[in-house]
Write a protein that binds this ligand. Structure first.
Ligand SMILES: [Zn+2]
Ligand SMILES: [Zn+2]
Length: 338
């Protein structure tokens, strides 16, 4: 049996073609994909910069769909997938921090991902959205959980309540925007967001939760610094910006993964007692909390999401690559569902 899939075949190449339909093993579910979003990490692979994602590979890990087989009590139900595969036995897994599992994997990296009509996943990796939640909204659970996890870590170490913190977000992709929306939903009213792409700046401005500026031509709005800086890009230049603008005793939350070196001012971090927080993915609790936020309409109108057919995925990747997409998130849907 074959299915249609969008396959990453080489640097800046994705191809819509026939692939073998996956077969569920024991304790696994076969999911018919209803909506799957393009993530910054998929773009990183497309650019040929992620040695963990080796072509040919079906990318994609932000996904909602319908359960076809497996988990008999859920057959026919809408599901959201937690794409992080963990062992359930190591010490981080047993202490509720499965995102730090010593054996973690994520679909769309070495395992086949979600840009397809079907995918297979462990039954333990399913969440159940409310029946009325549209799949294109439900598939945002994963990126929302990533941002929510970063915000939750900041909440845990913050010296003052989050609602009182002056926050700077660097990077206006989906994670940066979701971080702003989550902070606003939690009562934070002092949020600045740095983004160099004018199309993205406009999209984010329409959400009216942050002061948006272009860091390549404008100074940060708050010259006195920020209690919390989220680096949602993770490049040398953005780490340098974060190091410079976080206040003494503040928090630098490192979320993006663009490259690994340079930018941090470790001397300043030390002398000014700045807390540096790493972030990786989310726990199942973060996934559930993110799904609850989306289902409860806590994150605004979601007009920054654009729906496109899976068969036109190559165009979507190309538009994102060239900075031509105003949407902060593109969701691909199998053609028969559009
Ligand atoms: Zn993602
Ligand atoms: Zn584990």
């Amino acid at each position: 049996m074959t299915m249609k899939a969008l396959v990453y075949t080489g640097t800046q190449e994705v191809e819509y073609r026939d692939e073998n339909k996956p077969v569920a093993g024991p304790n696994q579910a076969l999911i018919e994909v209803a909506a799957t979003a393009i993530c910054g990490s998929d773009m990183h692979a497309y650019h040929g910069l992620d040695e963990r994602r080796v072509p040919p590979l079906i990318l994609g890990h932000e996904v909602a769909g319908k359960l076809i087989t497996g988990a008999p009590h859920l057959v026919g139900q809408q599901v959201v997938i937690n794409p992080l595969i963990t062992c359930g036995k190591c010490s981080p897994c047993l202490s509720g921090r499965a995102n730090l599992c010593s054996d973690r994997e994520i679909i769309g990296m070495r395992l086949e991902g979600a840009y397809a009509q079907y995918l297979v996943i462990d039954e333990t990796n399913l969440l159940i959205p409310p029946a009325a939640l549209e799949p294109w909204v439900a598939c945002l659970t994963e990126p929302t959980a990533t941002a929510l996890h970063a915000v939750a870590l900041v909440e845990r170490v913050g010296y003052r309540p989050l609602s009182e913190q002056r926050c700077l977000i660097i990077g206006g992709g989906a994670i940066g925007l979701l971080t702003a929306l989550i902070l606003a939903a939690k009562g934070c009213c002092n949020i600045d967001l740095a983004e160099t792409n004018a199309l993205r700046r406009n999209t984010i401005e329409e959400q009216a939760v942050a002061r948006v500026f272009d860091p390549s031509s404008e100074a940060v709005p708050n010259a006195n610094g920020y209690d919390v800086v989220f680096d949602c890009v993770g490049a040398g230049v953005t780490r340098a910006m974060a190091s410079e603008h976080v206040v003494a005793g503040g928090i630098l939350s490192h979320v993006g993964l663009q490259n690994s070196h340079e930018g941090l001012d470790i001397r300043r971090i030390t002398l000014q007692e700045i807390t540096l927080l790493g972030n990786y993915c989310y726990t199942q609790a973060d996934m559930q909390a993110a799904l609850d936020m989306l289902a409860g309409d806590r994150l605004g109108d979601l007009k920054w999401v654009q729906l496109r057919p899976l068969s036109e995925g190559a165009q979507a990747f190309s538009d994102l690559h060239h900075g031509r997409a105003a949407a902060a998130k593109i969701v691909l849907q199998p053609d028969h569902l559009l």
